[in-house]
Write a protein that binds this ligand. Sequence first.
Ligand code: UD1
Ligand code: CA
Length: 465
Amino acid sequence: MNAFQGLILAAGHGTRMRSDTVKVLHPIMGRPMLSLVIDAVQEAGVPRPVVVVGHQADQVRDTIGDTVDYVYQEEQRGTGHAVSIAADALRGYENVLILNGDTPMVTARMLARLMRDHRWSGAAATVLTAVVEDPTGLGRVVCNDEGELVNIVEESDASHAEADIREINTGMACFSVEALLDTLPALRPDNAQGEYYLPDAFSVLLERGEQVRIARAGDPEAVIGVNTRRELAGATEVFRLRILDDLMSRGVTIMDPGTTWIHPEVEIQADTVIHPFTTIEGNSRVGSHCSIGPMTHLVDVHVRDEASIWYSVARDSRVGERVTVGPFSHLRPGTDLESGAKVGNFAEVKSSRVGEGSKIPHHSYVGDADVGAGVNMGAGAITVNYDGRDKHRTVLEDGSFIGCNSNLIAPISVGRGAFVAAGSTISSDVPADSLALARKRQRNREGWALRRRKKWEEERGDDDE
Ligand code: UD1
Ligand code: CA
């Protein structure tokens, strides 16, 4: 007999969020709330928990995928009702861990400990409680003089004295499956909300002489429930600081934890410094001894050791060792900067490889280009990659030099070591080691400016008389 099954209740819409999207799919740092709960349950040792879905069930299934099983609760008649819908999925297990899909900060450690306590005590049920500053909206834990559980009272059913209790039900509990299934038929919706409350199962068990134990959560932040946008922001803050704390313990310097957002999947190596107002998202990886920020936003970017990126935005790009980017650069998808390259002030790069040590220091656009090693793009030089219908590629071979304000009309290639004169509009390939000059020859008219100035002075003099 398998020891533990997991059951996650996620059928409600979450009306208090005032959203078109069902509550458990609201993301926290890029991860839907429900998937954070599932992760914790799986990591705690329950490989394939059951999720009770109802509102937007298809969206929930599509988003979460098939690492869990689902049961469908058509009408949401309370948490006790949700559990009874899942009864068949629990048979064959000795115990079940039940929790809500809206407590996203729960940790695997906390759940593993709850399950261990429950199994060792042999109680019919073990409920996880927490003592919190503000118990508003939560079920209050009513105990007798011996500190033993009597029952759990929802806020809408609580007397004044009960409402003052600061020990709350976290919604996380373990039950013996047999005891639970025996108890569910006894639940009655005779309360303010007219719902079948799962917490009523505890008092039913106690009345029947069964043992129900309390386990107290050491970290109240890990059990916060999200019912409103305000609570969503609160949970996000807990998660954000938890991630930064972990990075700091691994040797990453976070200059200003108050303004730094690093998503959970991001990996950063030791001795890298993250400066203020920086966000790193998605599948991003940053090597060691890098400097990222201030004011930098990276999404799906791989950064190698000793690179530096400041005041810049990058997405789906690769940044090699010792590369420098910024200030005010934009790396768009498909950018691959090889070691020692430099992308500077107000430069934009897209779908391009930039070879070792090449420089795009100022005001350039490099799109759909294959730039070799040791290439220099002068200020304002750009690739003309789009003809209004199709995109075309530009090839700049090793050691070529593109003068300031040149237009490279793609498809085009500039050979090894070639030199494009500043201000040229290049529309045919440039052979290696040659000079391409594509601009009007300059004419100087000696004395022209002087003659004009004198004429203006005369005109002004006429007016004065
Ligand atoms: C619940 C507990 C409360 C506890 C709190 C902790 C009950 C009656 N109350 O209150 O004691 O302090 O959690 O956060 O259990 N759901 C279903 N089907 C339903 C009803 C709810 O799947 O028919 C799901 C919801 O989607 C949600 C979870 O159960 O994920 C909890 O429901 P919610 O309405 O948020 O309960 P709370 O009022 O927060
Ligand atoms: Ca809730």
